[in-house]
Design a protein around this ligand. Structure first.
Ligand SMILES: [Zn+2]
Ligand SMILES: [Zn+2]
Length: 344
């Protein structure tokens, strides 16, 4: 079968590899959609500390069941499924506290085991047994299903920050995550959502996802502009979904008294964010870090997409063959694409 293997930073190769054989407790799927995630892009460019090279990347996976191990029950060939990729160990201190997204020993297709950047993929026993293979309704496309993974993180983030009725929410960074943040915040009852993004194409796109105001931080001072829009008060929740330390520092200054600031996106290793700590002190700002999600948040995100409450198809601006994975990386980096989905 055809697969995209990462041999090291900036060394992604399309190769013919042996189609994996389905064991007794496993399922083999034909991958029909695999999302190119921001984390995949980072891994392709910089590598990943938990990755064993060469590895087949891809953790936002949807496909059709083609083979079922004799020990597996409840599935049939031909069924279309979404595979939720993060498998917690249920044994580490984080898992014992119920924080499955923070598991210290996560098994992840595309990182610790082969992922979906291939024509076929094995769905392992623990993924099946933990209920992480979800059957797709007939009117759900593979592209929509793939969006469950990024939405799960966003869903978890907004539960954590408790985005609620009447809030003003600022989102900095209009990648697929940022756009999902806008749409979900509106669903949770935010009265006003503000998008901050330097790429003009992405900024205009943000309006389609519900942005009431858009701010180009290279054109105007985004902190001042948020204060203007909110009559001087600031935003109840500010989400920094981008890799800039400067944006993180600005996010804090956009928050209202007792406001919450979420650092969602990772920043380049070793870089430090400059924080006005007096502002945090006097205004009683809460700074939250956020990463990951658990299987319940994943299941509910899947339902939001299946029920068309989140219109996932609008995020997928480009569907490319596996061979064009690097082209997809460039398109996502340049801001030309919102979400790229590969079709192996
Ligand atoms: Zn992802
Ligand atoms: Zn664990």
């Amino acid at each position: 079968m055809k697969a995209a293997l990462l041999y090291g930073p900036e060394d992604l190769r399309i190769e013919d590899v042996k189609t994996p054989v389905c064991k007794k407790e496993e399922v083999l799927i034909r991958v029909h959609g695999v999302g190119l995630c921001g984390s995949d892009i980072r891994t392709i460019i910089h590598g990943h500390h938990r990755l064993e090279y060469p590895q087949i990347l891809g953790h936002e996976i949807a496909g059709e069941i083609v083979e079922i191990g004799e020990g597996v029950k409840g599935f049939s060939p031909g069924e279309r499924v979404y595979v939720s990729p993060l498998v917690p160990c249920y044994e580490c201190p984080a898992c014992k506290r119920g924080w499955l997204g923070q598991c210290e020993n996560l098994t992840v297709p595309g990182t610790t085991i082969p992922g979906g950047f291939a024509e076929y993929m094995i769905v392992t026993e623990d993924i099946i047994k933990k209920g992480q293979v979800i059957k797709m309704p007939h009117d759900m496309s593979y592209e929509e299903a793939v969006m469950t993974e990024p939405l799960s993180s966003v869903f978890s983030c907004q539960e954590y920050a408790n985005v609620t009725l009447g809030d003003t929410v600022v989102v900095i960074g209009m990648g697929p995550i940022g756009c999902l943040q806008l749409e979900l915040a509106k669903l949770r009852g935010a009265k006003r959502v503000i998008a901050v993004e330097p790429s003009r194409i992405r900024l205009e796109k943000a309006r389609e996802f519900g942005a009431d105001f858009i701010i180009d931080p290279f054109e105007v001072d985004p902190v001042k502009r948020v204060r203007e829009i909110t009559g001087g008060w600031g935003a109840e929740v500010v989400i920094s979904a981008n890799p800039s330390t400067k944006a993180q520092g600005q996010a804090i200054k956009m928050a209202c008294k007792r406001g919450k600031v979420v650092f969602f996106g990772g920043v380049p290793k070793g870089e430090m964010t400059l924080i006005d700590s007096n502002f945090v002190h006097y205004e009683q700002i809460t700074i939250l870090g956020h990463f990951g999600y658990d299987h319940m948040q994943n299941a509910r995100s899947f339902d939001l997409i299946a029920d068309k409450k989140i219109k996932a198809d609008r995020y997928v601006t480009h569907v490319l063959p596996l061979e064009d994975a690097m082209k997809g990386v460039e398109m996502a980096k340049s801001g030309e694409a919102i979400k790229v989905v590969l079709k192996p």
